[in-house]
Design a protein around this ligand. Sequence first.
Ligand SMILES: [Cu+2]
Length: 493
Amino acid sequence: MNNRRSFLQSTLGLGAAWLSASKLFGETEQNTKLHERIHQANSGPAFNMPVVTTDIGDMPYTMDGNAKVFHLTAEVVKQKISPLKTIDAWGFNGSAPGPTIQVNQGDHVRVVFENRLPEPTSIHWHGFEDTIQNDGQPGISQPPVKPGGRFVYEFDIHQAGTYFYHSHMAMQEMAGMLGAFIMHPKEPYRPHCDKDFLIHLQEYAVLPNNTVPNTMNMEFNWLLFNGQAGPATTPLIVRLGDRVRIRFVNLGMDHHPMHLHGHTFYTTGTEGGRIPEAGWWPGNTVLVGVAQARDVEFVANNPGDWMIHCHLPHHMMNQMSSQAGKMTRTAGMPAGGDMNTGMGMLTGASGAPMGEDYGPALGRGLGGVGNASDTPSTNGPLSEQKAMAAMPGMQHDMGNMQMGQMEQGDIAKNANDVPNFPQDAYMEGPMMAMDEAVERPENYGLNPGWSGFMQGMMTFVRVLPPEKYDEVIARMKQAKRSNDPYSAILERA
Ligand SMILES: [Cu+2]
């Protein structure tokens, strides 16, 4: 709009606000209101709100002279990604993704990196305009950092925006070795945001009876925000009227169209930093491609518990794939196979995932409901009882699940005669609810049973009226969590 305004101002001598310009150009009233909302909120003194990375938190630093010193350690981490699943990921400082580093434009930053993994690695600083010596390409710009080794990276920060750090070795990256690096601008953006959140988009392929992500697999069954699969993701808590920024970061294998309910946002930044205001574009879905960041901003003016999620249907589920073969009926993936076997491409070879002895069972059973060939797979059961019987691993872990009952009338009497039944009947609903298992202050007051309908890359933006907001914030403070990712907001509340 700035270009158009200055064009009008210089050629027509109009000193008027762009609002009158929009009338001149006959834009719709709805568009005008939208622009007012996004451009006018928070006209007071601007400041940089610290970024909140839910479920992950920040990396602490110490000062050495004028240098901010961070200690970044690559290591194996045991991470609970859902009440039903704990995995062995490779991450940093105890989590995967690693904690978020936050610095200011103009800072001098030193990162002391230590490798506690059993193989060489190095850290790439994604998007940094710095010297080649600090770029972290193993074997090219620096020697690989051996197990037990260290390497010191040193930066003068002159950029501003959403940047990343990650291993520059592909499989390590897929094992969880990634994190965010926020450079706050010297001159705060206007209008400033009251809340600034960061969400890492990540996917893992982990077999039902296994804890180790298969970094070669191209089919993913765990879809995560900040290392958690819905409903274990922590909602973004905002006060009605807040101006909110969300920074989506994608260092995975798939692209993710991120969709927000109930609001229109503007895309205001990329992995290359801030977009000039005239270039912001509106939407409710933004595609976050691999290696990209998308910063979106909106005024949270519509109260409610609004979903924010990846819109790829398979990314709105957990364990949606049996991967290959009847994994629920075997002790797990045969170990020690060659690469082709491991990729699940072979048919016919004894022991291969798609071999005769396993039978084809990708996805749901296709043999017609109720006939003998429709053997239980993770998403092809015929009844709730059979669904549970077909998932011994889940049953085993199900102590905390509420297992609400399906009600009479939930399933039509002739359901088994209907082509394509079941779709979501035994995958989403009260029997999948685990409100208690994922209880936390941020979930206070959600619709009971909500968790039965939330899976994969999903959480809420909870736009709360003042009293409800204060109640939730009070509960978050009471929880007194150490290294609380929300501390920047709690300190200001
Ligand atoms: Cu997705």
